[in-house]
Design a protein around this ligand. Structure first.
Ligand code: FAD
Ligand code: FES
Length: 330
C-alpha cells in the first residue's frame, strides 16, 4: 500500500493489488481528470514531484514528444512504486458517480449485427450499476493493456453488461474478443468509467449522433431517455458507411414512437440507397428543426467525426460546452 499525495489537495491510498494511478484514484472517489482511460487522449497527464513511478506504455499517444521530454506521466498508464507526490488539477466533474470496480466477467453470448460488429453480452457478479453512455474496460486475452467499450443496454440488477464491438482490421484487442474468446469464457473487467452519460436533469430535447460502433453508448442513452416518463424527444443520427453496416434501426425498433426520430446517414452508399447521404455531422446541421443551442448533444465515434461535431456546435453555433457530451473512440 502506497500513499499518494496530490500537491495542495487530496491524499489517497494505492493498494498493492491496484493496476493504475487513475483507477486507484477513482475507486477512492478522487476527481482525477481523464477521458479515455487507455493512454490515447492525454487528459490524465501529471507531473511527479516526489517518489517513484512505473510507466506501462512509454510510447502512449496521450503524451506528446514535449511531454515526454518534460518527464510527464499518464495516470492511466502508470503505477506508484513508493509513496508519491503528484501535481495535477482535480475537478468535481471527474469524481465518479459510481466508483469503478474490478471483477471477472463471463461472456454469455456474442451475436453478429453487421459484417464486422457484434453484440457481446457479459454477466458480471455484483450487478450492472452504471450511467447510460458510460464505458467499461475489458482485458482481451493476449492483448497488452485494457480496451474501452461502451455499454449499449440499461443498468440492471442481473449483472448483464452489453456492448457493441467492431472488429478493427489487425486490431489486437478487438480481434481477440472475436477469435480467442467463446461463450462460457471469462475475462477481467473494470468499470464503469466515463463522463458522456445521460444528464437526466437536463430539460432540453436530446440529440444522439453515432459514428460506426459509437452506436453502443448512443443506444444506451436513447433507451434510458425514452423509457423515462419525461416528454423529451430523441433525435438519433446513425452514421455508417454502407447499408450493410447499419443496425441502429433494428436495435431501436422496440422504442419507435412519436418521441424518437431515427435518421440513418450513409457516407459510402451504393446507387440503390435513397436515404440521407454524406457525413453524419452534415446531416445534424441540415436536419434538426430548432436552433442547435436548444438541444443537449451526445456523440461517440471516430475522432474526425467528434472534431467535426465540436466545430459545428461550439465554433459555428456557439452551443454551450455544458450541453455537449462525447467519447472519442481512440
Ligand atoms: C471511451 C471509449 C469507448 C469506446 N467504446 C467502444 C465501443 O463501444 N465499441 C467499439 O467497437 N470500440 C470502442 N472503443 C474503441 C476500442 O476501445 C478500441 O480502441 C478498438 O476496439 C481497437 O482496439 P484493438 O485492440 O482492436 O486495436 P489496437 O490498434 O490493437 O489497439 C488500440 C487500443 O489499444 C490500446 N493500446 C495499444 N497498445 C497498447 C499498449 N502497449 N499498452 C496499453 N494499451 C495499448 C490503445 O490505447 C487503444 O485503445 C472505445 C474507445 C474509447 C476510448
Ligand atoms: S485518460 Fe489517460 S490518456 Fe486518456
Amino acid at each position: 500500500m502506497h500513499r499518494v499525495q496530490i500537491e495542495g489537495g487530496e491524499v489517497f491510498a494505492f493498494p498493492s493489488e491496484e493496476d493504475t494511478l487513475l483507477r486507484a484514484a477513482l475507486r477512492a472517489g478522487v476527481g482525477l481528470p481523464h477521458e479515455c482511460s487507455v493512454g490515447g487522449c492525454g487528459a490524465c497527464r501529471f507531473d511527479l514531484l516526489d517518489g517513484e513511478m512505473e510507466r506501462f506504455w512509454p510510447e502512449a499517444p496521450g503524451l506528446s514528444e514535449r511531454d515526454r521530454k518534460r518527464g510527464k506521466f499518464l495516470a492511466c498508464q502508470s503505477r506508484p512504486l513508493s509513496d508519491c507526490t503528484v501535481k495535477l488539477r482535480c475537478a468535481d466533474e471527474y469524481r465518479p458517480v459510481i466508483p469503478p470496480r474490478q471483477r471477472t466477467a463471463l461472456l454469455e453470448a456474442r451475436r453478429m449485427l453487421t459484417p464486422d460488429m457484434a453484440e457481446f453480452t457479459l454477466r458480471v457478479p455484483g450487478g450492472a450499476a452504471f450511467l447510460p453512455g458510460q464505458y467499461a474496460l475489458l482485458y482481451p486475452p493476449g492483448a497488452t493493456g485494457a480496451r474501452a467499450y461502451s455499454m449499449s443496454n440499461l443498468p440492471n440488477e442481473d449483472g448483464i453488461w452489453q456492448f457493441i464491438i467492431r472488429r478493427v482490421p489487425n486490431g489486437r484487442g478487438s480481434g481477440a474478443l472475436f477469435e480467442a474468446l467463446a461463450p462460457g469464457d471469462t475475462l477481467p473487467f473494470d468499470g464503469p468509467y466515463g463522463h458522456a452519460y445521460l444528464r437526466e436533469e437536463a430539460p432540453r430535447e436530446i440529440v444522439c449522433v453515432a459514428g460506426g460502433s459509437g452506436l453502443a453508448p448512443m443506444l444506451g442513452i436513447a433507451r434510458a431517455a425514452l423509457s423515462a416518463p419525461s416528454p423529451r424527444h430523441v433525435h438519433f443520427f446513425d452514421g455508417a458507411r454502407t447499408v450493410r453496416d447499419l443496425c441502429g434501426g433494428d436495435q431501436l425498433a422496440g422504442l419507435a414512437g412519436p418521441r424518437l426520430a431515427y435518421l440513418p446517414v450513409l457516407s459510402a452508399p451504393d446507387d440503390s440507397w435513397t436515404g440521407t447521404k454524406g457525413f453524419v455531422h452534415e446531416a445534424v446541421a441540415r436536419t434538426l428543426p430548432a436552433p442547435l443551442e436548444q438541444y443537449e448533444f451526445y456523440f461517440a465515434g471516430p475522432p474526425p467525426m467528434i472534431e467535426a461535431l465540436q466545430t459545428l456546435l461550439m465554433v459555428q453555433h456557439r452551443v454551450s460546452y455544458s450541453q455537449i457530451h462525447f467519447d472519442r473512440f481512440l
